[in-house]
Design a protein around this ligand. Sequence first.
Ligand code: AHR
Length: 512
Amino acid sequence: MTRATITLDRDFTAGPVPRRIFGSFVEHMGRCVYTGIYEPGHPSADENGFRRDVLELVSEMGVTVVRYPGGNFVSGYRWEDGVGPVAERPRRLDGAWHTLETNAFGLHEFAGWAKQAGVEIMEAINLGTRGVDAARALVEYANHPGGTYYSDLRRSNGAEEPFDIKLWCLGNEMDGPWQIGHKTADEYGRLAQEAGKAMRLVDPSIELVACGSSNSGMPTFGEWESTVLGHTYDVVDYISLHAYYEETEGDAASFLASAVDMDHFIESVVATADAVRARGKHSKRINLSFDEWNVWYARRDGDDMPSTIEARGGWYEHPRVIEDHYNVTDAVVVGTLLNSLLRHGDRVAIANQAQLVNVIAPILTEEGGAAWRQSIFWPFARMSELARGEILRLAVSSDRHETNRFGDVDTVDAAGTYDDETGRVALFLVNRGLDEAADVTVAVRGLQPGQVVRAEVLTIPEGADRFLTSVGADADRVGLTPLREVTVEGETLSVRLPALSWAVVELDVTRD
Ligand code: AHR
């Protein structure tokens, strides 16, 4: 039996839960937009072509903010192609994903969808093939009330009121050689600084995200952040991070410890941003936007996008691209990644799981058919629902085990919140151990534990294995079940977590 003790103290908090960490991402890629969120003619589609079945799942998942329209796609995108009468919009070749883009869905459609979904828009601009002028024109189009060329164009295209988009990404993964318009850190840093400045001259209330590294394994990681922030520190608010994890060569232990890597990645970028702050004698702090993260079987999916046009057989509209099917293990890993983001919520202000529908996504759809939740839907949905109030700085002391990639790691991973208004504590607990259950003892300080309001677990169902997925006819085969082994005695909460499990415990508390 694995053992862990956790101490939770009402006074040991790390600030309010940044609700924007429950973000997602809609890219013009594969079937995320077309036949994902948007499918005119689908039985559940509304008058705008938005799939109501998907909207319901997005709302159940508790998504707060959605990044759009890419991703690699944005680095070759002309935003003007996606506005105005649909019949007049140009068809384009999207080089990033080798796809025929019809532009039937663009900014107005996305703004309408975001409104219905109740999510904030996070708009990315193209700093691959375009620059300062297109960026400031887009801000004027989206946010200026009227009486100017671009704002009146928006009004004549049917949106009298501005979209009032606050969050803007200055490009995407500009350090990556695969990116259209890839740049060096100096080239990108100067361009981002000037584009950001011009965008703010149109609307000073916007918040800007500079591109950090595409992943922490990039050869320029660290140096890139330092150089880019050296150019942009005064104009931007956030620096981005991207990370995708997968199980390789059957190394489940390392895969399950992916959040150790995420913790380290976040802490490294915080240190780099703070070093630039010190160097430049700045007073403001740059926070983090982890605007792409997830499990992605990139090695296995390699063949989804053959590298020659011949092998691809031409250009298609919304082809199936990286539609990963997630299993129990993946859901547990996603739970730990969410824990890492929440633990660092004093500096990670925004996070977007990539992506929302079909493309490495918690929600899958069939064209003309059903929409369903994948295994990774559940930890996200519950955490977004229950992580309220203040982030708790938990003191975790867990048995440890060895992994190939990360050395010794805690077998039990935890994060938690305390909401003074509702008088509730929420604990998000993970047993990374593949073989043994874990007994977790939580010592509660500064609060009197009352009733357990909710206790649920996601683990391997009876008779199945850790590779079980819930797809199509088997939707909801992997999900949450009641966690029964939870007791409260005095100031101690005791929880038994099954091997390989993600769990949530919600507890009523009163102040001492
Ligand atoms: O989310 C899929 C892709 O991954 C995005 O387009 C890109 O930014 C990243 O490399």
